[in-house]
Ligand binder design. Sequence first.
Ligand SMILES: C[C@@]1(CC(=O)O)C2=NC(=C\c3[nH]c(c(CCC(=O)O)c3CC(=O)O)Cc3[nH]c(c(CC(=O)O)c3CCC(=O)O)/C=C3\N/C(=C\2)[C@@H](CCC(=O)O)[C@]3(C)CC(=O)O)/[C@H]1CCC(=O)O
Ligand SMILES: NC(=O)c1ccc[n+]([C@@H]2O[C@H](COP(=O)([O-])OP(=O)(O)OC[C@H]3O[C@@H](n4cnc5c(N)ncnc54)[C@H](O)[C@@H]3O)[C@@H](O)[C@H]2O)c1
Length: 191
Amino acid sequence: MERNNLYPIFLKAKNLNFLIIGGGFVAEEKLTFLLKSSPHAKVTMVSPMFREGTIALAKKGCVTLVKDSYQKKYLQGRHIVIATTDIQEINIQVWKDCRAEAKLVNVADNPPYCDFYMGGIVTKGNVKIAISTNGKSPTTAKRLRQFFEDVIPDNIDDLVKNLNEYRKTIKGNFEEKVEKLNEFTKSLVEK
Ligand SMILES: C[C@@]1(CC(=O)O)C2=NC(=C\c3[nH]c(c(CCC(=O)O)c3CC(=O)O)Cc3[nH]c(c(CC(=O)O)c3CCC(=O)O)/C=C3\N/C(=C\2)[C@@H](CCC(=O)O)[C@]3(C)CC(=O)O)/[C@H]1CCC(=O)O
Ligand SMILES: NC(=O)c1ccc[n+]([C@@H]2O[C@H](COP(=O)([O-])OP(=O)(O)OC[C@H]3O[C@@H](n4cnc5c(N)ncnc54)[C@H](O)[C@@H]3O)[C@@H](O)[C@H]2O)c1
């Protein structure tokens, strides 16, 4: 069976500078899902044109809109770059420029030009689940996201908060704490 070898990490998007190039449908989709998961993500968008929906979203978040065509200078100070223009040569140029500067880059909907993929994301309080199909079926990622949003109870966060409190009260060394926490939560996975 083929296997997904991607390594997921949970970024502190508030501390990072994202750059989205393009202001059309795909740009708006990527911005929507980025802000849904990380409302305080710091984002700059560069495009000669922005959709109304993008302008409205930008007002709600930490998003700066720059009305211009892509130029290499816009990469300066950015950690993560997402290229979404409708001109593939521009998107490939962005990819090359990012590669030269060792920046993480995603050419939206173009897997060979992605250092990382955006995933389906479920957030319930402190709990977050990210879903990837290895770039094989974004539709499946979306359906799985909807499924988990539905089946994971909202009060899962209470469990996390309670265990965080319990954790603070346990005395003993690291090994003893781990043992107690594992004993306490065993029933969660017992069949
Ligand atoms: C998860 C999600 C996150 C997000 O966008 O933030 C996401 N795509 C979503 C939806 C979606 N995108 C597309 C459709 C139409 C149906 C279809 O074509 O399947 C739908 C479904 C719909 O809209 O209903 C079009 C599409 N997307 C890609 C290709 C190219 C290809 O597959 O080769 C094409 C065809 C373009 C063409 O036809 O030319 C590629 C990528 N899309 C990814 C992520 C990465 C892989 C993630 C993974 O590993 O699973 C990857 C590889 C790169 C990237 O962009 O990061 C978001 C759901 C969010 C949610 O609902 O929670
Ligand atoms: N919309 C979809 O569902 C979809 C699905 C699959 C693939 N795609 C592909 O993704 C790409 C983008 O699609 P879209 O629907 O967002 O297109 P779009 O026409 O809505 O948006 C393209 C955006 O790129 C901007 N742009 C053009 N040249 C630029 C430059 N030099 N610098 C910065 N920005 C520039 C435009 O101003 C516009 O805002 C296309 O190649 C399309 O074929 C789109």
